[in-house]
Design a protein around this ligand. Structure first.
Ligand code: ATP
Ligand code: MG
Length: 199
């Protein structure tokens, strides 16, 4: 780099730093964050679990509710239960295969009761509601009930909801919304879901 270019770079970086510092200084509110992670790409649940690991790593308390149970075991659960993270997993295991609306509604309702308890527990810093979006879409759990539980949760508690096609009212209520876009996925090229990577 010439001296002139170098100088310009330093000036630009300095300006950027000032702007970022200003915004950091302005963000002073302490509160739990409600995040929605949606979209068709891979990385929603793993992102949620990453935040659970982050929370637990600080000695804080997290709880996980899984609204879809595939046919495979969950690596994150195997690990996180060992460090005391409670899991509530939907029993009958709603999947894209299930046809029995009544049984699915009952299972979803049972699991939602556990979620509500976590959402009322001040000692829990982070609640991950994995694949909740589908329960609302299929009307297995009442949207208004979900919104109320989220709004009335302890002030410092953070919540993450994952799943495709999040209801507009959920994204409106959320503080942070991330959409994972599918660019490509190994599955489309015939690669089977891999243990330790996909589950
Ligand atoms: P992950 O749990 O890997 O973060 P996800 O939560 O974003 O994935 P889900 O919609 O919950 O994605 O899908 C669960 C399973 O489907 C995972 O095994 C994941 O690898 C796979 N999957 C995710 N996105 C795609 C996709 N675009 N095409 C095919 N399979 C996918
Ligand atoms: Mg997922």
């Amino acid at each position: 780099m010439t001296i002139d270019k170098e100088q310009k770079h330093v000036e630009r970086q300095q300006k950027l730093k000032e702007k970022v510092d200003e915004r950091i200084a302005a963000a002073q509110t302490e509160q739990g964050v409600f995040q929605v992670i949606t979209g068709n790409g891979k990385g929603k649940s793993t992102s949620g679990f990453g935040t659970v690991a982050r929370c637990v790593g600080h000695g804080q308390k997290a709880a996980v509710v899984q609204f879809i149970k595939g046919g495979w075991e969950c690596g994150e659960r195997n690990l996180l239960e060992q460090v005391g993270v409670p899991f509530s997993v939907m029993k009958t295991g709603f999947t894209w295969e299930t046809q029995n609306r009544e049984a699915d509604t009952k299972a979803a309702q049972e699991t939602w009761q556990a979620a509500k308890q976590y959402l009322a527990d001040e000692s829990i810093n982070l609640v991950l509601l994995d694949e909740l979006t589908y329960m609302v879409t299929y009307d297995y759990i009442d949207l208004q009930e979900v919104l109320d539980a989220l709004k009335n949760r302890p002030q410092m508690q953070s919540v993450i909801v994952t799943g495709r096609a999040a209801h507009r009212e959920l994204t409106e209520l959320a503080d942070t919304v991330s959409e994972v876009r599918n660019v490509k996925h190994a599955f489309e090229a015939g690669v089977k879901a891999q243990k330790g990577f996909d589950f």
